[in-house]
Design a protein around this ligand. Structure first.
Ligand SMILES: NC(=O)c1ccc[n+]([C@@H]2O[C@H](COP(=O)([O-])OP(=O)(O)OC[C@H]3O[C@@H](n4cnc5c(N)ncnc54)[C@H](OP(=O)(O)O)[C@@H]3O)[C@@H](O)[C@H]2O)c1
Length: 340
């Protein structure tokens, strides 16, 4: 098999394609011949040495794949073999073959390509948890989605619009027309305008009921201030710390300190009637039943045409470095994938 490794922290060019023997599925596992693997922002942070969840280097990153099952381990029904599937991988997804516990594998929805299927797990599970599990979004409420043109952003827009919410999105200006076509009610070019001021204008001073923020740094505070009474802030990332393509602790220090020094005092939350919460889907490996139940709902919505991943670009495994550049240069509208 072929795999993309991060041998050491650095710019995208550190990524290395290596050959290895095919893995043998252990008890309870299936082996997937990977057709497409998701590229996530966490992979970029991991490559820069700024993602504490990544196992020690050298490591094969990758949280999600789609492909066909070609072997099963003990304890797994043989009728999985030959089935088209998608799966969450606890790293190792940047490969053309990977073994995954059965509980993390689902059958690919009818009519979906492998590329579309690989774009579902991380983005849509994250959006689901943010919007409905923890964000308690209700029809008629307004949600502000940061990085609206990204993988999680588009997933959140599709789900929130389907459930009858109003959506504001921040993104660079070149993405606004495509966001409006997805039903976004107001687009904010965060590079030119202050999103907090714009939210106040758009809501006549009231604020929004929910904000999804993975930008972090100064953004969390501003997002919190953009909440209406009873509003909730969902924090789930720190893109602002990715200030270059190599690890620079000095450059990242500002956003990191601004994020981790943030205090939400109980008294302030009570008096303002606001809530804050955090999401990290990558820390829910022991909550398989719950995550699988969310996945089932998402796959049903995929069959109905509600969940419709937008695949922006695919790069072959050997061009993984270009995929990282593309995402980090903010060029993507939707999902970036590696193909085997
Ligand atoms: N906690 C979790 O479970 C979880 C799961 C998935 C993702 N996340 C987080 O969610 C965020 C989005 O992830 P994603 O994989 O869907 O990526 P993405 O949003 O598809 O790609 C990055 C996009 O983010 C925007 N962006 C904002 N600040 C940026 C910065 N400093 N550097 C580069 N791009 C920036 C850019 O678009 P514009 O400039 O047009 O806005 C860019 O196109 C990341 O912070 C990621 O770590 C968290």
């Amino acid at each position: 098999m072929r795999q993309v490794w991060i041998p050491k922290a650095g710019p995208p060019e550190v990524l290395e394609l290596r050959e290895a023997r095919d893995p043998i599925p252990k008890h309870g596992e299936l082996r997937i011949r990977v057709a497409a693997a998701g590229v996530n922002f966490a992979d970029l942070m991991g490559r820069m040495g700024m993602y504490p969840d990544l196992p020690p280097m050298p490591v094969v990153p990758g949280y999600e794949v789609a492909g066909r099952v070609d072997a099963v381990g003990d304890g797994v029904e043989s009728d999985w073999v030959g089935r088209d599937v998608l799966a969450l991988t606890r790293f190792g997804g940047y490969s053309d073959a990977v073994c995954v516990p059965e509980a993390q594998v689902s059958t690919r929805p009818e009519g979906f390509s492998a590329e579309e299927a690989a774009a579902i797990p991380v983005n849509y599970l994250t959006a689901w948890q943010l919007l409905f599990v923890m964000g308690s979004l209700h029809p008629g409420e307004t949600v502000l989605v940061h990085s609206a043109g990204g993988g999680v952003g588009i997933a959140a827009i599709q789900l929130a619009k389907h459930f009858g919410a109003r959506v504001f999105g921040t993104a660079s200006a070149g993405k606004h027309d495509r966001l409006k076509a997805l039903g976004v009610d107001a687009c904010i070019d965060y590079t030119r305008e202050d999103f907090e001021t714009r939210v106040r204008e758009l809501t006549h001073g009231r604020g929004v009921e929910l904000v999804l923020d993975a930008v972090g740094g100064p953004s969390f505070k501003k997002s919190y201030r953009s909440l209406a009474p009873t509003g909730r802030l969902g924090m789930f990332g720190l893109s602002a710390a990715a200030t270059g393509k190599k690890r620079s602790l000095l450059r990242a220090l500002g956003p990191v300190l601004q994020t981790f020094n943030l205090r939400f005092a109980p008294r302030g939350l009570m008096d303002a009637n606001k809530g804050v919460f955090g999401v990290n889907v990558g820390h829910l490996w022991d909550e398989t039943d719950r995550v699988n139940a969310w996945m089932e709902r998402l796959l049903a919505l995929a069959e109905q045409g509600v969940v419709k991943p937008i695949v922006d670009r695919t790069f072959p495994l050997e061009r993984a470095a270009e995929a990282h550049h593309y995402l980090q240069d903010r060029k993507n509208f939707g999902k970036v994938l590696l193909t085997a």
